[in-house]
Design a binder for this molecule. Sequence first.
Ligand code: DQA
Length: 143
Amino acid sequence: MRVLVLHGPNLNLLGVREPEIYGTQTLADLNREIVDAAAGFGIAATCEQYNGEGQIIEALHAARGVYDAIIINPGAYAHYSYAIADALRSIGVTVIEVHLTNVAARDEFRRVSVTAAACRGSISGLGSDGYVLALRSLAETAQ
Ligand code: DQA
């Protein structure tokens, strides 16, 4: 099973960015954890990060026929990008949304995810474990 893990804007600055909120794990550390966990589930995970909305949409379009499923952390785009939500609905690939932080417990604007509504499910607030749980769910549903 091939899974694309798409990280959205500002996640390239993990480890530096607001460490009191996002912790000290860098994106490279997170990707290593994801790829290792995926291998344990028999999944080949590819991790990509884009800051641009259009780049994320292009990556979603390109995933058709290449990946069996996608795990996406759309960053702040989750809260307002109807274009990414439409792309998620258009590609016919199973997607799980993950947020490192508990978006329900932060600023008011973070409480809505327009992209989660276009996904199979969403996980929020469990840090890197959210990605591992999403991988586990994909591995189990593939059987
Ligand atoms: C985030 C939550 C978003 O609200 C925020 O804009 C991010 C990161 C998370 O993983 O917790 O960039 O997606």
